[in-house]
Design a protein around this ligand. Structure first.
Ligand code: MG
Length: 379
């Protein structure tokens, strides 16, 4: 069922440290399994997506977000004839490099690391699977296939791409220098990520009370479905109305991507993965859906991510991460030996903090710096 333009595990560009094939699993299944068993994957359950963990048990975390991305990406991969195991591996690993406290943590760490080469979460996800996981006797990291690593490195600055390229010529960063495309599996995970967070942030946003259905009337992508549902089920209101509108929105986005991508595939007719790489990006929304999705993103940015209550938490998280970074830099021996003894101390501190869960970072901050109570907004 695999299309000619799909990645084939039998034709993988390989692992950095050669290993013999597994008897019953293909190379991408094996990658997926390695990711699921990694320490960084387990920590995703205690990492913030938008809402801090203590703000409620029902909000998305990085783990549930990653599972939703994997589900969306797999179901689309199957109808496009792409490799489902590869898509699942990329989706489950795509956020492994995320810091505690969501984007606030990442921005703070990037500021702290500005004099030392900065901090990018996509690059950090690659660092986790390439070197930071310590599970195997023969190598650092998980020794994943090229195709999985390529999908994990979804964005990369030019400077970091050049540094990576110097270490691994023609490797996963080369495409940022040659401006070519990654596999369709990687492209699919990107769009599934966007679809997943747009949908679940509406859900979490409304349930938290920070945004409401009336405000969402300005968002055509959501409101059209909401109105259709209310015509069909006039008595419906509250959560069931919200869930049904989101469900229809997601479902239409899936069919839109499948349609638009199939049209692009018909136009460019890539006959191999190599042909996919030199074509323009082929996994896409139709133009009208892209426009509606952009409008929704901008709504969420202004009304949810920049909501005063979210900003209050964000400011707190930035302070925690910034102060923690300074504290470890001044007292490296407060970190575990493996980090304290590394040559590049600022990078060792960044790796250590990036790996923390929200609550561990908060506890360490209290221990090293002093109590700084988190703003509490129980819904
Ligand atoms: Mg994501």
């Amino acid at each position: 069922m695999l299309a000619a333009y799909a990645c084939d595990p039998a034709q993988t560009q390989g692992r950095r440290f050669p290993e013999s094939d597994a008897p019953t699993r293909n190379a991408f299944q094996r990658d997926r399994d390695r990711i699921v068993h990694s320490t960084a994957f387990r920590r995703l359950v205690y990492k913030t997506q938008v809402f801090l963990n203590h703000e409620g048990d029902l909000f998305r975390t990085r783990l549930t977000h990653s599972l939703e991305v994997a589900q969306l990406a797999r179901s689309m991969a199957r109808s496009l004839g792409l490799h489902e195991d590869l898509v699942e591996a990329i989706a489950l690993a795509h956020d492994l490099g995320h810091t505690p406290f969501g984007h606030a943590g990442q921005d703070a760490l990037n500021e702290c690391m500005a004099p030392y080469g900065g901090f990018e979460h996509n690059l950090q996800s690659l660092r986790v699977v390439d070197s930071l996981e310590e599970r195997y006797p023969q190598f650092d990291g998980l020794n994943l296939c090229f195709e999985t690593r390529e999908g994990i490195l979804k964005h990369c600055s030019l400077r970091n791409a050049q540094l990576l390229e110097a270490q691994e010529p023609g490797g996963v960063a080369a495409r940022f220098l040659t401006k070519s495309q990654p596999s369709l599996e990687a492209q699919l995970c990107n769009i599934a990520d966007e679809m997943a967070y747009n949908a679940h942030d509406i859900d979490d946003g409304v349930r938290s009370g920070l945004i409401n259905m009336a405000q969402l009337e300005e968002v055509a992508l959501f409101d059209d479905y909401r109105r259709h549902v209310q015509v069909e089920f006039s008595a419906l209101s509250g959560r069931r109305l919200l869930y049904e509108a989101i469900r229809r929105m997601l479902s239409d986005q899936v069919y839109d991507v499948l349609n638009a991508t199939q049209n692009a595939l018909a136009q460019y007719e890539p006959v191999s993965v190599a042909a996919v790489r030199t074509a323009p990006a082929l996994v896409q929304f139709s133009a009208p859906m892209q426009q509606r999705s952009t409008q929704l993103k901008s709504f969420l940015l202004h009304h949810l991510y920049r909501h005063p209550q979210v900003m209050q938490t964000t400011d707190w998280a930035r302070q925690v991460v910034g102060e923690l970074f300074a504290a470890y830099l001044a007292k490296p021996d407060e970190m575990p030996q493996g980090h304290a003894k590394r040559d590049n101390l600022p990078r060792a501190v960044a790796d250590y903090i990036a790996g923390m869960t929200d609550r561990f970072a908060s506890r360490e901050h209290t221990r090293m710096v002093g109590q700084l109570p988190a703003p509490s907004h129980q819904p």
